[in-house]
Design a protein around this ligand. Structure first.
Ligand code: SF4
Length: 92
């Protein structure tokens, strides 16, 4: 899924001839302790799930990590900074 999105972005760059910067939000979900900080700070992208851990909305599992590709990281940096076990990463 992520590969397809990156291919679409590459094609759009070719068509429109401009750089489209994309970012990645990554969660190592197995490390999540379910504190709820991310969901409280950034509810557009995070929610608590039935297993007591948070879920990155719209993400796909890539090599065991939950990954969301988006243009604007918005509140995800704040969520990453608030995470007590540092299992949220933002790559710009
Ligand atoms: S802030 Fe970190 S530990 Fe807390 S629910 Fe979110 S991902 Fe899990």
């Amino acid at each position: 899924m992520v590969t397809k999105i990156l291919a679409i972005i590459k094609r759009l760059k070719q068509i429109y001839g401009r750089e489209i910067k994309m970012a990645k939000v990554i969660q190592e979900r197995e490390k999540c302790v379910g504190c709820g900080a991310c969901a409280a700070i950034c509810p557009k992208y995070w929610e608590m799930s039935g297993d007591g851990k948070s879920r990155l909305k719209g993400s796909n599992v890539v090599e065991g990590k939950h990954v969301l590709v988006l243009e604007d990281v918005e509140c995800n940096k704040d969520a990453a900074n608030a995470c007590p076990v540092k299992c949220i990463m933002v790559e710009e």
